[in-house]
Design a protein around this ligand. Structure first.
Ligand SMILES: [Zn+2]
Length: 113
């Protein structure tokens, strides 16, 4: 359910940007989603299809780019992408989450005519 306000925001921002740039129809929107943001692609697309009706975004296709959380080793300080474990690939030490990473959600770009 938390995708709905996010989708309304996307449509609002893109509609404003499209207007500024003289775009009448948006064909494609690229979104970046952090792996910890708990936003589900399918839900975003579903809400988008409903909410974008009668807007410049109607019929646009969404593309999702997923970005991993970043970790920092407490032992050697190496920063690396979170994959499956929190173990440092460099020294085997333990790592902690770098604050704010993995929770991204933003519009990377959009295309229209
Ligand atoms: Zn390390």
């Amino acid at each position: 359910m938390h995708e709905l306000p996010v989708v309304i925001d996307i449509i609002k921002v893109i509609s404003e940007e499209a207007k500024k740039n003289g775009i009448k129809k948006v064909n494609r929107i690229d979104l970046v989603i952090g792996e910890l943001s708990s936003i589900i692609d399918e839900s975003v697309q579903m809400y988008f299809d409903v909410m974008s009706e009668n807007s410049v975004c109607a019929g646009a296709k969404l593309y999702f780019e997923h970005v991993p959380a970043m970790l920092k080793c407490v032992k050697c300080g190496k920063e690396f992408e979170h994959r499956k474990s929190f173990v440092c690939p460099e020294c085997g030490g333990e790592s902690v989450l770098i604050k704010g990473t993995g929770r991204e959600f933003y519009i990377k770009s959009f295309d229209g005519e």
